[in-house]
Design a binder for this molecule. Structure first.
Ligand SMILES: NC(=O)CC[C@H](N)C(=O)O
Length: 304
């Protein structure tokens, strides 16, 4: 396959919809992003990396970080207990919804909605002493970009306007499903969501899931089985209440974030990361979904 040509065709497919949707502004520091920006990167398990558009521009990874917190928590031998504290079913509700938490007694539906990611961040904090630092160091190592870091202005902006996440975290704590103080857990949650990275960085950092659990240096992060399981949860829950539509259109495990990025995994082959800041109503990038849809439709690179 001519990777560059296929990436260009996917960009061309996305071009007409760029700017459609809304840039997230409930975190004010994200509101300044250019709705017409767009990048797409492909990294293969054979070591090829290609990109088109703004693929080397840094953006706020937001909920894409939830994929890495889950992987790092599961990589710990103590993490078996995690699945008692968070479920793995699609929520069918928005990523920041409070409704299910009461009905399900403080056990979030899955690790990729905010409530679930708060629980996973709490676990990772207990396991490592520095949850956001663990995510940052992992991303640096896998992407080969030592400058990758948290954007402190974005983290502060989210903390300042974080009433809903604070409500979720306190609610979870009221069911004794947090091990650490709410403020500490939220601080790490905001800090890993506010990491700035490019499509290139994220495509490289996600390759361990395409390599069935192996890191860039050849060491094993996850068992083959756990890598399969994370890909399964990404497919069913990674794009919130639009996961069904994403599976229908793109046919890949993927994780979106309100910064406009989507990281998708083609098991055994590689990863794709698309970015365009304007979002649909579920909080997924309109341009990124369109480009990934075109790429998998044109190339047949899907899990189906
Ligand atoms: N869907 C997202 O990307 C949401 C992440 C964001 N940090 C929040 O907690 O609201």
């Amino acid at each position: 396959m001519d990777y560059r040509l296929e990436l260009q065709r996917a960009l061309d497919a996305a071009r007409p919809v760029l700017g459609t949707g809304r840039v997230a502004d409930y975190i004010p520091a994200l509101g300044a992003a250019d709705p017409h920006a767009f990048g797409l990167a492909l990294a293969t398990v054979d070591g090829e990396v290609h990109g088109v558009g703004d693929w080397e521009t840094q953006f706020s990874i937001q909920s894409i970080s939830k994929l890495f917190t889950l992987a790092l928590a599961l990589a710990s031998e103590e993490a078996l207990a995690l699945w008692h504290r968070v479920g793995r079913e699609p929520s069918g509700t928005p990523f920041n919804s409070l409704i299910q938490l009461e009905a399900e007694q403080g056990i979030p539906r899955n690790p990729f909605i905010n409530a679930g990611a708060v629980v996973v961040t709490d676990r990772l904090l207990s396991l490592t002493g520095d949850a956001a630092g663990a995510v940052r160091e992992f991303l640096r190592a896998e992407s080969g970009n030592p400058r990758l870091d948290t954007d402190l202005a974005v983290a502060a902006s989210e903390a300042q306007h974080g009433h809903r996440n604070a409500a979720l975290a306190h609610f979870i704590a009221s069911y004794d499903n947090l091990e650490n103080p709410v403020e500490a857990v939220l601080g790490h949650y905001y800090a890993h969501c506010a990491i700035a990275a490019s499509c290139r960085d994220l495509a490289l950092a996600g390759l361990f899931l395409a390599r069935h659990g192996l890191r860039a240096d050849g060491s094993r992060l996850l068992s083959r089985s756990d890598a399969k399981r994370i890909n399964a949860v990404l497919l069913t829950c990674g794009t919130y209440d639009a996961a069904g539509d994403f599976a229908y259109r793109v046919g890949l495990p993927g994780k979106s974030g309100v910064g406009g990025g989507i990281l998708a995994v083609v098991p055994g082959r590689g990863t794709l990361c698309a970015w365009g800041p304007a979002l649909d109503r579920a909080g997924n990038s309109v341009g990124a979904v369109t480009a990934l849809d075109a790429f998998t439709t044109n190339t047949g690179w899907s899990v189906f």
